[in-house]
Ligand binder design. Structure first.
Ligand SMILES: [Zn+2]
Length: 61
């Protein structure tokens, strides 16, 4: 098993499942992230790690 977790935080690019807007979120976010366009919840913090609710996401190193 390989882990991609590291001490460094990452930026994640997520796509809103409702309106398709792409947004960059921080992997160690402290607050919930909502879609800027439609207000849908895209990601929420869970113990220091982001729980991304988006259907699509890319890791931006
Ligand atoms: Zn949206």
């Amino acid at each position: 098993m390989r882990t991609v977790e590291g001490p460094k935080s990452k930026f994640l690019k997520v796509k809103c499942p409702d309106c398709g807007t792409e947004q960059v979120v921080f992997s160690n976010m402290a607050h919930k992230t909502y879609c800027l366009v439609c207000g849908k919840l895209l990601a929420k913090p869970t113990g220091g790690k982001a729980d991304v609710l988006s259907t699509e996401m890319k890791v931006l190193s």
